[in-house]
Design a protein. Structure first.
Length: 171
């Protein structure tokens, strides 16, 4: 009788150990799924924040075209002159800020703009650090004065603003 009772106690102990192991495995799976969802949400939030930052920068007075014909356009000449001002390098807390014209060239072939080659260039690197996070971009309309358009007129082109915020961990 005593051996039978000991066997029942052992069976119950094994069942309890198996139940604890099973619950631990379920808990680990639940928390791993929960953590991956949090990471995904954080990544989506960072992307949304970067897109909002691009929109905010493109509508800032330093970039916006001042004529009433195109209020949401970016003035290409203003951005080109802004590139040379050192005090704007840390103004937006960015690692990377580039305005580029959309054309059929690959990104490795893009020519940096200056006041002398404004007709044959592709990008303006306002802030162009070597190591930066993932850059987010938004399409904008670029405007500049063009004398070659018969007496001078505004030229409207499709462009893109790319930004990357300073990583919080590096501060």
């Amino acid at each position: 009788m005593e051996k039978k009772a000991q066997l029942k106690i052992q069976q119950m102990a094994f069942v309890l150990v198996a139940l604890v192991i099973f619950m631990g495995m379920v808990g680990i799976i639940f928390f791993s799924v929960y953590v991956s969802d949090i990471r995904k949400d954080a990544s989506e939030l960072r992307d949304k924040e970067a897109r909002e930052l691009v929109r905010k920068i493109s509508s800032s007075p330093e970039f916006v075209f001042s004529a009433q014909s195109c209020v949401s356009c970016v003035d290409f000449i203003k951005v080109l002159k802004l590139k040379d001002l050192a005090e704007y390098k840390n103004f937006w807390k960015l690692d990377y800020l580039i305005v580029e014209r959309i054309n059929n060239k690959s990104s490795s072939e893009l020519i940096e703009c200056t006041l002398t080659n404004i007709d044959n260039c592709d990008k303006i690197s306002v802030i162009g650090k070597e190591n930066f996070g993932s850059a987010k971009s938004s399409f904008v309309t670029l405007v500049r004065w063009d004398e070659s358009l018969g007496g001078g007129n505004y030229r409207y082109e499709l462009g893109r603003i790319k930004v990357s915020e300073i990583d919080i961990k590096n501060d």
